[in-house]
Ligand binder design. Structure first.
Ligand code: BMA
Length: 311
């Protein structure tokens, strides 16, 4: 048996709807970062209407989280956000970039799903900046640094013609985005053959940007969501140096196998630590939040030594 890449925290799930002081049906797909030495988790919750909002939980150790009494981000009330967030806000990612914490999240409405950008300095107040994609996009992660003077993101447009793939897009100002190109595609009859999407915002390592992504496999019992890793070139992240052939995490625990949507592990965030490990966070079956640890060098080496073609 292959050695697992991710060691699950023994206290999983780390956050569930029972821990939330307001009524929610789920707690899942959270972005996580460190702020003033503490861990901040922005988690998605379904309401009983089926629409989603974003809450905030805090932790000293990255495993034991306490939720704030009020949600952090609910559908915007001012144009243009009021129209495009009418059906909810989902799957937040957090990137610390030039001293500001930026959030990218899915904005749902009758017009489809697109990505909104917001920022906070203190996780007390949050300021919406712009809607930064058209419909239909999900899973957009900002790199924590500029490349060649430009801001960079990985994103995942929908397509009727091609399996949904990972793209890269650039911006001079975080608002206007372009120069898109596809960088990674699902591989046929492979664990990620149906579709892939960016997961956690990329992490800088000595050998490249580590990207933890999700890949989906269709089965007769529905889709299975797993996590994989890819490495992008530091000074040109459009170049994928390697994609690990194996997944690094698949649904195994009971709360990953059954829940709101069965057989899902889905990440929106990972926190690198000074000791060379990272804390990985994932939603289990779209219902609870889970955590685990991995050794960054092992993930990087897996991209380079067990590589499958990126596209
Ligand atoms: C995707 C998104 C995610 C979700 C996943 C599994 O399409 O909706 O938010 O976790 O499906 O249901």
């Amino acid at each position: 048996m292959n050695k697992p890449f991710v060691t699950r925290f023994k206290g999983n799930p780390i956050l569930t709807k029972d821990d939330i002081p307001y009524p929610v049906a789920t707690v899942h797909n959270a972005g996580v970062t460190k702020y003033q030495g503490r861990y901040i988790m922005l988690f998605r919750s379904h309401l009983d209407t089926g629409r989603s909002i974003i809450g905030l939980a805090e932790s000293a150790d990255g495993f034991h989280f306490a939720a704030r009494p009020q949600p952090f981000l609910t559908p915007g009330k001012e144009p243009p956000f009021s129209e495009y967030e009418e059906y909810g806000v989902e799957d937040p990612r957090i990137t610390l970039l030039e001293g500001v914490y930026y959030l990218t999240y899915s904005a749902y409405s009758r017009h489809g799903v697109r990505i909104a950008l917001a920022r906070t300095w203190d996780f007390q107040s949050v300021e919406r900046i712009s809607l930064i994609t058209q419909a239909d996009y999900r899973n957009t992660v900002l790199f924590p640094e500029r490349t060649g003077g430009r801001y960079v993101r990985l994103d995942r447009p929908h397509s009727e013609i091609s399996p949904w793939s990972i793209w890269i897009t650039y911006s001079p100002d975080l608002v206007h985005w372009g120069d898109s190109q596809v960088v990674m595609k699902p591989v046929q009859y492979h664990w990620d053959e149906m579709k892939i999407g960016p997961g956690a915002p990329p992490i800088r390592t000595a050998k490249g940007w580590l990207s933890i992504y999700h890949g989906v496999f269709p089965t007769m019992a529905g889709a299975v969501y797993r996590l994989g890793v890819a490495l992008h070139k530091l000074d040109d992240p459009a170049q994928v140096l390697g994609v690990c052939d194996r997944w690094i995490l698949q649904p195994e625990d009971p709360w990953e196998v059954t829940g709101y949507v069965p057989n899902v592990v889905f990440t929106c965030g990972a926190v690198p630590e000074d000791d060379g490990t990272l804390k990985l966070y994932w939603g289990g079956a779209d219902k609870v939040m889970c955590a685990g640890t991995a050794v960054i060098d092992e993930l990087v080496d897996a991209c380079l030594t067990h590589a499958r073609p990126p596209a």
